[in-house]
Design a protein around this ligand. Structure first.
Ligand SMILES: [Zn+2]
Length: 332
């Protein structure tokens, strides 16, 4: 894997001048018009940030790096901020948005909006009653849009099932987005993009039987809010090759099932402009490490196995960018 290293200070200064940290506004407008989606990848450490950026760079694709509560608990914001800044310096030509994933309250959303490294936040009021979700989202939107350099806000309506780090939503508490409510929600809250609940769920066990997505909801919301950016969470495809490798080398993740790639491509064509990917990154790494440890039990130099894990992330993301249709779509 090629990781460019800038040791020359002049070059570093040059890189800083051209770095392209942007909001997702323009990315989404192009994605919507071009019927493709932008990938939003959850990152927690250096190797994943490198793998994702390397893939975006090679494919010349726009991309979103997103930080969840779990990432902040794991690495801490100072390290994540430093890694993001470094990524922008090392890849000055990338069209990159840094996004807060699932912001739980106004205080954290505000703190991230005040942080120069973030250009976008999600406020997740999907667990609140409809009117309270609108009020909370509007408060964050008003703050983000009034900044000297305005930032953007994603909200969620409807409730995805599954496990997202600390939040577990049981099947009976999950419900799909109501298109009538979606239209009112967007008008009243002013949010810049909206995550729909259309049958996907967080984690590696998305479907017990055959995968079914409510494409009619995407279609209806899209036709009633023309050009409006829609978001799909819980959209990892849980590739069989990774699940099989994990299980072959001692893993225990039976019956894992994700969203088939053809469905992701279809959703992107219908008006989904942002697709969140987290589980597939975890599976790519875990499969690589399990295989490595099984085949080379005497190896203990961690660089020897983090390097192929990072390459596996890059390859998975490269493939995903083609599924989303955003390869070659970056502007510089
Ligand atoms: Zn999510």
């Amino acid at each position: 894997m090629r990781i460019p290293l800038y040791t020359n200070t002049t070059r570093n200064k040059e890189a800083k001048k051209t770095m392209a940290l942007v909001t997702s506004k323009n990315m989404f407008a192009r994605a919507h018009a071009g019927h493709y989606a932008v990938g939003a990848f959850n990152v927690n450490n250096m190797e994943v940030i490198q793998g994702v950026c390397e893939a975006l760079s090679e494919a010349n694709a726009p991309g979103i790096l997103q930080i969840s509560k779990g990432a902040r608990d794991f690495a801490g914001m100072p390290f994540l901020r430093g890694l993001m800044q470094t990524a922008l310096e090392v890849y000055p030509n990338l069209e990159l948005c840094v996004h807060l994933d699932h912001g739980p309250d106004f205080e954290l959303a505000k703190a991230c909006l005040d942080d120069p490294i973030f250009t976008s936040v999600m406020i997740d009021g999907s667990g609140l009653p409809f009117e309270e979700n609108i009020a909370l989202t509007k408060k964050v939107v008003d703050y983000a849009h009034s900044m000297s350099t305005p930032k953007v806000v994603e909200a969620e309506l409807g409730r995805l099932g599954g496990i997202e780090e600390h939040v577990v939503v049981s099947e009976k508490d999950a419900f799909l987005t109501d298109p009538d409510e979606a239209v009112i929600f967007v008008e009243k809250s002013g949010c810049d993009s909206l995550a729909l609940a259309i049958g996907t769920s967080h984690g590696a066990y998305k479907f017990k039987t055959e995968p079914v997505l409510a494409f009619d909801i995407i279609e209806e919301v899209s036709s009633r809010l023309p050009g409006y950016p829609l978001v799909m969470h819980g959209s990892s495809s849980v590739p069989e090759e990774f699940v099989n490798l994990c299980n072959k080398y001692g893993g225990q993740i039976p019956n894992a099932k994700g969203v088939p790639e053809a469905m992701i491509t279809r959703a992107a064509k219908m008006g989904i402009d942002k697709v969140n990917i987290d589980t597939d990154i975890r599976l790519a790494i875990t499969a690589t490490l399990r295989q490595f440890f099984a085949e080379k039990p005497s190896e203990f130099d961690y660089r020897k196995y983090f390097a192929p894990a990072r390459t596996a992330v890059k390859q998975m993301v490269l493939h995903k960018l083609n599924v989303l249709g955003c390869a070659g779509k970056a502007v510089q």
